[in-house]
Design a protein around this ligand. Structure first.
Ligand SMILES: C[S@@+](CC[C@H](N)C(=O)[O-])C[C@H]1O[C@@H](n2cnc3c(N)ncnc32)[C@H](O)[C@@H]1O
Length: 279
């Protein structure tokens, strides 16, 4: 029998913490167990060797592990979807903080990918109806599976931004969130190889300056939100001015991420002459 300690020590070309995670994933054991030492079956050794080979090609650790925690939920991830990022978890926390004193009835997540925001919000606001849209049918499948696995009721629609949403929710949405693609075409080549070569390009690229999808969301959001409703959209750190200007009548505000970079536009729908009794 080979011990986990021996095999972890034999992989010198990858960061130690990653090798430990690959061993945990291959064996289903805790970090403490694998660093103290567990005997490995032939199957576990083969799984570990395959995982190390994949990581050496630059494949994201989360695809190899097959899942990632996001807020209170755990999401399956694979190359059909972007790996949810910590900034997006911050968007979720911001949404919960901003909506804490009301009970949103209708939530929409555009560009849902793995379903991260929609599922976490459905769990945080169990009385809300949650719709999610996604252009990639493959990614939408991942979101649907993740919703079921997390006991979250999310209606996942395949299509372009707002197009697949049911028309009856127009003008009634309390909270609209989005982490859309926001990388400029010219910036794509400069992304780390791990991202560029393994994550879906359609999750990242959005036209010449990266704001194409954000601007489309800004233009159409007022038609879907109820008066007083809120949009929270993740943006690139150089896009604050363009993103804030993308929305119409209402109050736009830019919020920073934990590193102090302007990464979220919060927009409140306050159409002139409309009184909102719920906000
Ligand atoms: C940056 S990823 C975000 C995924 C997920 N919301 C997250 O935060 O991890 C953007 C997602 O938008 C999808 N997408 C791109 N263009 C879209 C469009 N026009 N309409 C709907 N979804 C789109 C991509 O397929 C991708 O899954």
């Amino acid at each position: 029998m080979t011990s986990s300690v021996e095999l972890i020590g034999s992989v010198g070309d990858l960061p130690r913490h990653e090798v430990e995670r690959l061993m945990m994933s291959a064996t289903g054991r805790s970090r403490t167990e694998v660093i103290v030492g567990v005997d490995l079956s032939d199957e576990q050794r083969a799984r570990f060797a395959a995982a190390v080979r994949r990581r050496r090609t630059g494949e994201p650790l989360q695809y190899i592990e097959g899942s990632v925690p996001f807020g209170e939920v755990v999401l399956s991830v694979d190359p059909r979807v972007l790996v949810p990022r910590p900034e997006t978890e911050q968007l979720f926390e911001l949404a919960v903080a901003l909506l804490a004193d009301r009970s949103p009835e209708l939530i929409v997540d555009l560009c849902t990918g793995s379903g991260a925001l929609a599922i976490a919000l459905a769990r945080a606001f169990p009385r809300a109806t949650v719709h999610a849209t996604e252009l990639s049918a493959d990614a939408a499948d991942v979101a649907s599976v993740n919703a079921a696995a997390n006991d979250a009721v999310v209606a996942v629609h395949v299509g372009d931004l707002f197009a697949p949403l049911p028309s009856e929710i127009r003008g009634a949405v309390d909270l609209l969130v989005a982490n859309p693609p926001y990388v400029a075409t010219s910036e794509f080549a400069g992304l780390p190889a791990e991202v560029r070569e393994h994550e879906p390009a359609m999750a990242l690229i959005a036209g010449d300056d990266g704001t194409e999808i954000i601007r489309r969301i800004g233009a159409e959001a007022p038609r879907w939100l109820r008066p007083g409703g809120i949009v929270i959209c993740e943006i690139g750190e150089t896009q604050a001015a363009a993103a804030a200007a993308a929305f119409g009548d209402g109050e736009a505000e830019v919020r920073d991420d934990l590193a102090g970079r302007p990464r979220f536009v919060v927009w409140r729908h306050t159409p002139a002459g409309r009184v909102d009794s719920r906000s």
